[in-house]
Design a binder for this molecule. Structure first.
Ligand SMILES: [Zn+2]
Length: 510
């Protein structure tokens, strides 16, 4: 390190190197990122938007940011979201032909099993090719019972590792890429006909089973992927209990029932809805800029605070929020005086369609439906997002903004030894930077190693603190702190792409 010599140098380059060394020292050697993560995961619990756990985390973050000396700290309402919800009890077990406990999690915004005690019932497997068959064969037969839809799936052993980092070849390919479209594919499943699937919610509402079992989309080995099963809309009917089982348990129960073994289950599922305040809230806070000419301009950073309910949303996205709070801590601890104002935002409603960030952008900057620009639109230099799990940063997606490429390439140079060097013209989707990009404000998501994101943690019952990689998060916080600080100090704002045209059709639904 050249700190001692260059720290005394008054040149711009010298000051930048000094700042970088301070950031690296604080971020890599004094990291507190796991303290933030502990409070957001273990202490707060699941953070489904508008649930008690979400507000535990949001209020803790607000208090912490206030304690760190930030200004304008608030839980800022962004508009109507819907009702909160949480699980209070979830007990499922097979009691006959012999006892075994079942791995299950209630689907979000679904109801409770009837009565105060556990129900006891045989299990009915619904196997119908169309709605006529559904009503003919099962109408009047499922009231008060536990039901499950027939699954033709079988589990296959996996010969690939759960966790992975990008290889040099993969990074090289990204660096040389032309703009891409999407990166995720869903595995097709052998299930009942689509017509039957669409009929089922009404069938269950009319026929009143005590509990509906469903099978996790692609998890096995006890990992289950679970999102919602009901609606967060204010007056939605979410009356039946609806839980997600691990595929291992689901298929075992199905086999026993279909072989006409006498199978009996006990279940006690209790959930609570919170309809009193349907507004959604983001946590926001600022480090005020110090340069008289630039302090009204903004550098923004964020991640989403909300999670699903199956675990504590550690990699999705306590990781991103902890890193962004650590970025703020690093900048404050180093005593650096950013020229532009730095604003952190921890979003809600991300899992329901980037709702918190899109509404925030609409309230502050522009509505993509009409593209009438508000004054603050011109003041944002860039928004940086982290929401691809616990993996360290390997580079950055330019989101098609070629002019930002040379700037970011230079800013990554000091981090090559930490594995971050790739700048790709590619877009990446599914995270809150898209809300900014949609109105022509430079919004970026970093390239992160996937680790176990798609195999074990993303929207699963395994997304817990222990699946976080501390050294990866410390690396990420250090790099984001450097990007945020550099953006705050740059002579100009980050170059913008051509302003998008108004898209009236997308005003509500994206
Ligand atoms: Zn997610």
């Amino acid at each position: 390190m050249l700190t001692a010599v260059l720290g005394l140098c008054l040149s711009y380059a010298g000051a930048q190197t000094d700042a970088l060394d301070k950031i690296k020292n604080e971020g890599l050697k004094q990291s507190k990122v796991m303290d933030f993560a502990f409070h957001l995961t273990d202490v707060s619990g699941p953070r489904l938007t508008n649930s008690p756990g979400f507000f535990r985390a949001a209020n803790w973050a607000k208090d912490k940011l206030t304690e760190m000396g930030l200004s304008n700290v608030a839980l800022e309402p962004w508009g109507d979201f819907g009702v909160g919800w949480e699980q209070n009890r979830c007990y499922l077990a097979v009691t006959s032909p012999y006892y075994f406990p079942v791995v299950a999690i209630p689907r979000a915004w679904t109801g409770s099993t009837p009565g105060k005690k556990a129900i006891s019932s045989d299990v009915i497997v619904i196997n119908a090719k169309d709605s006529a068959e559904l009503y003919a064969n099962y109408g009047g037969k499922v009231k008060g019972k536990i039901v499950m839809l027939y699954s033709a799936d079988t589990l296959k052993p996996s010969f690939t590792p759960d966790g992975a980092r990008f290889t040099e070849e993969e990074l090289e390919k990204m660096a040389n890429a032309k703009p891409d479209t999407s990166r995720r594919t869903l595995i097709g499943r052998g299930r009942a006909g689509f017509g039957v699937l669409r009929q089922l919610p009404d069938f269950y509402k009319n026929e009143k089973p005590a509990l509906v079992l469903s099978m996790s989309r692609s998890g096995n080995d006890g990992t289950l992927f679970v999102q919602n099963g009901g609606s967060y809309a204010k007056d939605a009917e979410n009356n039946y209990a609806y839980v997600m089982l691990s595929s291992d348990d689901y298929l075992r129960i199905q086999r026993l029932v279909m072989s006409e073994q006498k199978l009996n289950m006990e279940a006690d599922v209790k959930t609570t809805f919170y309809p009193s305040d349907i507004k959604g809230y983001n946590v926001v806070a600022e480090i005020p800029g110090t340069d008289p000419a630039l302090k009204d301009e903004l550098v923004m950073l964020g991640g989403h605070l909300d999670s699903w309910q199956g675990a504590t949303g550690a990699t999705d996205n306590a990781a991103g929020c902890s890193v962004m709070m650590e970025v703020i801590r690093i900048i404050k601890a180093t005593g650096l005086q950013p020229k532009r104002t730095i604003r952190i935002a921890l979003w809600s409603g991300e899992e329901q369609g980037l709702l918190g960030s899109r509404a925030y952008v609409k309230n502050h900057f522009a509505d993509p439906a009409d593209m009438v620009l508000k004054p603050e639109h011109a003041k944002v230099s860039a928004y940086y997002n982290l929401d691809n799990g616990t993996g360290k940063i390997r580079g950055i997606y330019l989101q098609g903004n070629a002019a930002a490429g040379p700037i970011f390439t230079k800013w990554l140079e000091p981090f090559a030894a930490l594995g971050a060097k790739t700048v790709t013209i590619n877009n990446t989707g599914g995270t809150d930077h898209q809300a900014f990009d949609a109105v022509g404000i430079p919004g970026f998501q970093f390239i992160q190693d996937e680790i176990e994101y798609d195999t074990r943690t993303h929207h699963t019952n395994m997304d817990t603190y222990d699946h976080l990689v501390p050294e990866d998060l410390a690396q990420a916080a250090t790099i984001v702190a450097s990007f945020v600080y550099n953006t705050a100090q740059l002579d100009t704002k980050i170059p913008r792409k051509e302003l998008p045209k108004a898209r009236p059709a997308q005003g509500r639904s994206f």
